[in-house]
Design a protein around this ligand. Structure first.
Ligand code: UDP
Length: 324
């Protein structure tokens, strides 16, 4: 039985990856420090004998007993609100945390896939973004703590690949949504759905003309699985190219939820990218991958999930436990 370590396993993407690897017949070691992750996302797996959970901060040395075949490094705050609250931890997990994962991969002879992001392209001057583009990132802006940590992560991953011969994979993840996002993580989709469910107005930042392209989580997980199993070591974009303005997106959520609330406009956060759309030509070529779930379908599943959460979860505050 192949053994996989998934870091950030109690988070949105990490928990879906746990499900997928359990389904594929792996022994899954799930690791999380629970600063932004939530054990409720993996509760259903905890009685499974092929699953174990380790409460650990990967910014500190990682110890795993026994053999390890694969590592998926998904530990990091990933929403602007989260990483602005804990910028130092965000920088540490992307840099020191990735370094520890790479060291572990080297020691165990494991293949490692790291979760990078469309944020490495910053506020892009090339549209749509392909993997050749080097990006337009402000290192000293508010997003710098996340963007630069992820750029460092890519650099150190390539260094381990070239210098130590570690088998590495880099996925550049574009905006992804689905069940288990945190309602209060500040991301646009849970923000809008949470507001609709609580009977609040929907907050559009700026004039709503900025664009994003939203990928349903199952499509993303399929792309990641294929990349891990491929022999391609350079970064690959995985996302859904269906692009929409945030203003139009708010209208779609109003229609989906049937809310009678309206849209209100708030100031645009600093360095908020004006447009974002993945060029997925490479993923198609190398992985034979493309998204299958339409936004209409994916949003319906996601809304049903949020609608059925216990009432009190709608009102949970964002709070972060300090690193011990
Ligand atoms: N946004 C918004 N209202 C909100 C939250 C976000 O208009 O309540 C906008 C945000 O300014 C950005 C887009 O939605 O332009 C996507 O934001 P998100 O935080 O989900 O992810 P990003 O792609 O910016 O990392």
């Amino acid at each position: 039985m192949k053994r996989v370590l998934i870091t950030g396993a109690a988070g949105f993407l990490g928990s879906h990856l746990c499900d997928r690897f359990i389904k594929e017949g792996f022994y899954v070691i799930a690791m999380d420090n629970l600063v932004t992750g939530d054990l409720r996302n993996i509760e259903h797996l905890r009685s499974n004998t092929n699953f174990e959970f380790i409460h650990h901060d990967i910014s500190k040395h990682i110890v795993i007993d026994g053999e390890l075949n694969y590592i998926l490094n998904f530990a990091s705050p990933a929403s602007p609100i989260d990483y602005l609250k804990i910028p130092i931890q965000t920088l540490k997990v992307g840099s020191l945390g990735t370094h520890n994962c790479l060291g572990l991969a080297r020691a165990k002879g494991a293949r490692i896939l790291v979760a990078s992001t469309s944020e490495v392209y910053g506020d892009p001057l090339v549209h749509p973004q392909n993997e050749e583009y080097w990006g337009h990132v402000n290192p000293v802006g508010y997003r710098g703590c996340y963007d630069e940590a992820k750029r460092f992560q890519e650099a150190i991953t390539m260094a381990y690949h070239r210098h130590h011969g570690v088998e590495t994979r880099i996925v550049r993840i574009f905006n992804t949504y689905g069940p288990r996002m945190r309602l209060n993580d500040g991301r646009v989709l849970p923000a809008f759905i949470g507001q609709a469910l609580r009977g609040e107005d929907l907050t559009v930042f700026g004039d709503g003309s900025q664009t994003r392209s939203f990928c349903y989580v199952d499509d993303l997980v399929e792309g990641i699985y294929r990349l891990l199993m491929s022999d391609y070591a350079m970064p690959v974009n995985v996302g859904n190219p269906a692009e929409i303005t945030i203003g139009e997106f708010a209208e779609e959520i109003i229609k989906l939820t049937g809310t009678t609330q309206k849209v209100v406009y708030k100031p645009l956060p600093q360095d908020d990218p004006k447009q974002r759309q993945p060029d997925i030509t490479l993923a198609k070529e190398v992985l034979g991958w493309g998204p299958k779930v339409s936004r209409e379908e994916g949003l319906k599943i996601t809304y049903d999930y949020f609608k059925n959460l216990p009432e009190e979860r709608l009102y949970e505050e964002t709070h972060h436990r300090e690193f011990k």
